[in-house]
Design a protein around this ligand. Structure first.
Ligand code: PEP
Ligand code: MG
Length: 888
């Protein structure tokens, strides 16, 4: 029989850290901390398998579950000396979700569960503090009603605000027990009014309501959005953790806090965190009260007069320090911990590997290698390849003037400029119109996630470094300044004011998330320096990886950037991109519009282009000196080159001397209904071989020139696009070989070169064995291969694929992350059949997937020789390739 419930507490547990998939991250770590003998309030975890079973079975629980929960609850009660629902000594619990991957702010939590009109008296008596008991009860009613019963929290906030106004009170702490009693009766009345039934008094109803709410929230919209953005499969499910309550709000010897064992923003080896005295659970993360520092040092640095935990509670702080060191040593990774102090006694509520910026991830990984805690290979595995993107972002030019209008916390590094918007929806609209925006909010909540994603940066006026805005922005790699307290936001007026300055919606501001600055107007940025820890980790990654990493580049600037980022050659030079420059496009149009049989006119046009191409290729060969360069012959969807306007038509007419009306007629003939599947790629080469001959000549002549200049031999790889059958390649290769012969004869030089093909059509993958008889290398063009395998247009798919994702039909856009089942199967077939014919055939990928970490993993698994990606993704691909090699 399946075991659904796992207990922990009192120095032991039924699970451990290795049961993460079953118990979720939180549950597994609570079990592990119990096993380590740390002070963890006892409790139990209902497994993720139960979540899956619940959904598979039409939201019904298996019949044996309730017995298992009862037994576990009984056990918890026996450990703390209390009983669930007891009117003399009631057990109170928290109910929290905990998925396999942490999902901050996404799932719901209920605290103080087990309180009702009966048990409240016992809590008052046992704590000796009626006011505290009532405060706990009203929090429970509000939280439970909001999360479980769907009565929005503003109902309760309004009641409280009105009460305070009527009674001329400002702070919650000024409210007496009698005040709370009155408020509680208003709260209960509000619930009854909203739901038509009273707030549940039966503690078992409360518990099952909360459990179902957690399982239900696994599929709420916020969780769906988060999962989509972070590629978390729906099938994983969440666990539910039920745990005996401990109270951080039992007076001034109680507190609650969160901490990181190292600085999550910079990676510095400093205990880092925030706490609040006499506060409960979510008060710290919610960003409602501004928390105090943990260490004296950080308090002084922050210029705060509120005592740090080190000063206010030295003894407990000492215990916390011992525990964090133990946890970091045990997990051998930076930990993010939550704790509560109840009347001087420390309780650990959570530990997990802490989220961190890419900069911090690098520093922590490198430092831990130096400390002997992890190996260099482990360090390579510690940094998420995609997160390197954060380091590749520009920073503000330190010499540029900055009109700093406010400062807040440096919540997430990087810098961004954009127009001010005040709502998530508006941010999304602007993004869709191609505008760059900064989202300005008093504080953010999970409902704002899509807007945070759409914005270039985020500014909040409230909340600490662990507030929602800060945590989520760091995860997304968006710069964020949080808690800029001097900024006053007026949502209705669509403005914010600070120090006499009024900033309106649409005005441009810049935020520096590394310094916490808000700056009026746009500030110039600088490109990142990739030295120090970055360079160190890349060396380790390069030692660990098997696949080479090349770049897709056609301009000298891109090639230089890529080489600086460690590219080991060019995997794709799209020559059609070289044809768009103003002085060339006319010649290109002349060539295309020349009469089908007018080879001579085409030749005249091609002769104008030849020297330009020769120079292009020579530049690339020089920049990539000593490294392979793959040049793909012309592959334009024809329509991109056709003149559109009369003026463009006249321009071509003037250059070619052909009558404009005749040209128009020719353009009309060339019009295609489906250019992506039309006269492009090698089909163009078959129709007009002189185009490819010109390009081959330019390549060969450039290779000779570059070799002479650099002293390094150049072996160009000439690539034919969109091949579907061996015959196409045979014809075109013969032409290229003939040109090589001519150039050799003219120059007296021996040429070394390879002729290969893109594999970007299903037929080519299937015919790989035959094609490899002619092709000396394959490069998988997974953009077109995805388009043609799915039969969906790569240019139009975004619109409807979004619906597919929303409806859960696909988890990932197959143009972003390679579809391993269909497209991947074709790649695999291509690899196997190609190698069967030509065992030393060079195999690579040059579709956009070459820079996507998950796709790179796939490439390793099928044994490709290299991946090729855009310049800024080269470091990401290097790291992803290393991780794949280490994990295979
Ligand atoms: C491809 O199809 O994957 C490819 C790299 O070529 P392009 O994107 O230029 O069509
Ligand atoms: Mg292609």
């Amino acid at each position: 029989m399946t075991k659904w419930v796992y207990s922990f507490g009192d120095g032991k547990a039924e699970g451990s850290a290795s049961d993460r998939n079953l118990l979720g991250g939180k549950g597994a770590n609570l079990a592990e901390m119990s096993n380590l003998g740390l002070p963890v309030p006892p409790g139990f975890t209902i497994t993720t398998e139960l979540c899956t079973a619940y959904y598979d079975n039409n939201r019904q629980y298996p019949s044996e579950l309730s017995g298992e929960v009862d037994a576990a609850l009984e056990h918890v009660g026996s450990l703390v000396g209390a009983k669930f629902g007891d009117t003399a000594n009631p057990l109170l619990v928290s109910v929290r979700s905990g998925a396999r991957a942490s999902m901050p702010g996404m799932m719901d939590t209920v605290l103080n569960l087990g309180l009702n009109d009966e048990t409240i008296g016992a809590l008052a008596k046992l704590s000796g503090d009626e006011r505290f008991a009532l405060d706990s009860y009203r929090r429970f009613i509000q939280m439970y009603s909001d999360v479980v019963l769907g009565v929005d929290h503003y109902h309760f906030e309004e009641i409280l605000e009105t009460f305070k106004e009527d009674n001329e009170l400002t702070l919650d702490t000024e409210l007496t027990a009698d005040n709370w009693k009155e408020i509680i009766s208003h709260y209960k009345a509000a619930v009854e009014r909203e739901l038509g039934q009273p707030f549940p008094q039966d503690v078992r109803d409360q518990l099952w309501g909360a459990i179902s709410a957690v399982f239900g929230s696994w599929r709420n919209d916020r969780a769906d959005t988060y999962r989509r953005l972070h590629n978390i499969p729906e099938s994983w499910g969440t666990a539910v953790n039920v745990q005996a309550m401990v109270f951080g709000n039992m007076g001034d010897t109680s507190a609650t806090g969160v901490a990181f064992t190292r600085d999550p923003s910079t990676g510095a080896k400093e205990f880092y965190g925030e706490f609040l005295i006499n506060a409960q659970g979510e008060d710290v993360v919610a960003g409602i009260r501004t928390p105090q520092n943990l260490t004296k040092q950080s308090r002084i640095e922050a210029g705060s007069n509120d005592p740090s935990m080190e000063e206010a509670m030295p003894e407990v702080f000492g215990q916390l320090v011992d525990i964090y060191k133990k946890l970091e040593g045990h997990y051998r990774d930076m930990q993010d911990i939550e704790f509560t102090v109840q009347q001087g006694k420390l309780w650990m509520l959570q530990t997990r590997n802490g989220k961190r910026t890419a900069k911090a991830a690098l520093k922590i990984a490198c430092d831990m290698v130096d400390e002997g805690l992890i190996t260099s290979n482990e360090a390579v595995l510690r940094v998420e390849p995609g997160s390197l993107d954060q380091l590749l972002h520009p920073t503000l030019d330190p010499d540029a003037p900055r009109n700093v209008i406010a400062t807040g916390l440096p919540a997430s590094p990087g810098a961004a400029s954009g127009a001010v918007v005040f709502t998530a929806e508006h941010a999304v609209e602007c993004m869709q119109e191609g505008k760059r925006v900064i989202l300005v909010r008093i504080e953010t909540s999970p409902e704002d996630i899509h807007g945070m994603h759409a914005a270039e940066g985020i500014l909040t006026t409230r909340g600490g470094m662990t507030s929602h805005a800060a945590v989520v922005a760091r995860g997304m790699g968006r710069p964020c300044v949080s808690g800029a307290g001097t900024v006053r936001v007026d949502y209705a007026g669509k403005t914010f004011t600070v120090g006499g300055e009024t900033v309106k919606e649409g005005d441009v501001i810049t935020i520096d998330g590394s310094k916490g600055q808000v700056i009026l107007g746009e500030v110039p940025t600088l490109q990142p320096e990739l030295s120090g820890d970055f360079a160190k980790l890349m060396v380790w990654a390069d030692e660990a990886r098997r696949m080479k990493v090349r770049t897709n580049a056609e301009t000298p600037a891109d090639a230089e950037t890529a080489r600086k980022f460690g590219a080991e050659g060019i995997g794709l030079c799209r020559t059609e991109h070289m044809f768009f420059e103003a002085e060339r496009i006319v010649a290109v149009r002349e060539m295309i519009l020349a009469d089908e049989h007018d080879k001579a006119s085409r030749k005249v046009a091609l002769d104008k282009i030849l020297p330009m191409q020769r120079k292009d290729f020579a530049d690339l060969f020089e920049i990539m000196s000593g490294l392979p360069v793959t040049i793909r012959l012309l592959d334009p969807p024809l329509h991109e080159f056709l003149p559109q306007t009369d003026a463009e038509m006249d321009e071509v007419a003037a250059a070619s001397g052909i009558d404009a009306a005749k040209l128009k007629q020719r353009a009309h003939e060339l019009h295609e209904f489906n250019p992506m599947l039309g006269h492009r790629g090698c089909r163009l080469g078959i129709s007009y071989p002189e185009i490819y001959e010109m390009q081959a000549r330019a390549i060969f002549e450039a290779s000779i020139a570059a070799a002479e200049k650099t002293g390094e031999p150049v072996t160009p790889e000439i690539m034919i696009p969109l091949v579907a059958m061996k015959q196409e390649l045979d014809v075109l290769k013969a032409r290229i070989v003939a040109v090589a012969g001519e150039v050799e004869k003219e120059t007296g030089k021996k040429l070394n070169y390879l002729v290969g093909t893109m594999i970007e059509l299903p037929r080519a993958a299937l015919q790989a064995a035959q094609i490899a008889e002619t092709a000396e290398f394959f490069s998988f063009g997974t953009n077109d291969l995805t388009q043609t395998t799915y039969g969906i247009s790569r240019d139009d798919a975004a619109m409807f694929l979004k619906n597919y994702q929303d409806q859960g039909l696909i988890e990932q856009d197959p143009f972003v992350s390679l579809d391993p089942d269909g497209v991947g199967e074709l790649v695999k077939i291509g690899v196997e059949r190609g190698r069967a014919t030509r065992s030393d055939i060079k195999l690579g990928i040059c579709g956009e997937h070459g820079g996507d970490p998950e796709s790179v993993r796939f490439c390793e698994s099928v044994g490709l020789d290299y991946v090729s990606c855009s310049p800024y993704r080269v470091p990401i691909a290097r790291l992803a390739a290393a991780q794949s090699a280490l994990q295979v």
